[in-house]
Design a protein around this ligand. Sequence first.
Ligand SMILES: Cc1cc2nc3c(=O)[nH]c(=O)nc-3n(C[C@H](O)[C@H](O)[C@H](O)COP(=O)(O)O)c2cc1C
Length: 230
Amino acid sequence: MDLASQIYERKSCRNYLDEEIDLDIIKDFISKCRPLNENINYYYEILTKDEVSVRTPWSAPYYLALYSEEKENYFENIGFVFQQVSLFLQSIGIGSCWVGMASPKKKKSNFVILIAFGKSEKMTRDRSSFKRKDLSKISDYEDERLVPAQLAPSAINSQPWFFKHSKDGFDVYQKKQNILKRQVFKNWNPIDMGIALAHLYVENEETFDFEIKNDFEELKGHTYTGSIKI
Ligand SMILES: Cc1cc2nc3c(=O)[nH]c(=O)nc-3n(C[C@H](O)[C@H](O)[C@H](O)COP(=O)(O)O)c2cc1C
């Protein structure tokens, strides 16, 4: 199973076949994912299309409904864990897409977000067709090691991440949105941050480390997410 190679050819899948999937291997993979913050309890349910209210013009046969205890960096944690799952699905021929514009019909507390998934024939692309900010725009200076984060999916492709080189890795920041967009991206951008960190983890599995420093540097127009070694 090669998760890292999926980063360079994945795309959000919005075109699904109505086929059944063996859910056990997915559940097994989820149970083995690394969290960003071990202190946060989270859980998921697998729902079918009929159990979800969708506000997108497309739908998928299955949805992962994600729930979390609301503490510390729980949005980032959900993004981090379930982007590993999304890459795993991609590696076994199952397409997926994070969906902010949907919710489970049965309301439960602690709901965070859904991920649509299902079998698909349209789920890869060339590296050249990724629409992303230049590396020089997402870091204090260009660094090829950040390509996995550069290619990460994000809500409305907002790519809110910024990486500043530190002594032994990067300090990671989330761009503040302007006042008009702030409400829309409030919950989604921290999920995006976790997603980008998941790509860096998957590409640097042996060396990746994340911590939240107390003495981090402020960066104008940004909030501090944490610091990584890769
Ligand atoms: C937190 C989050 C929420 C998203 N919500 C939606 C959504 O509601 N509908 C949709 O079609 N795509 C949604 N997306 C997918 C993004 O639009 C997509 O990741 C982005 O445009 C980049 O394209 P790519 O994933 O194909 O690389 C979401 C992505 C993230 C990370």
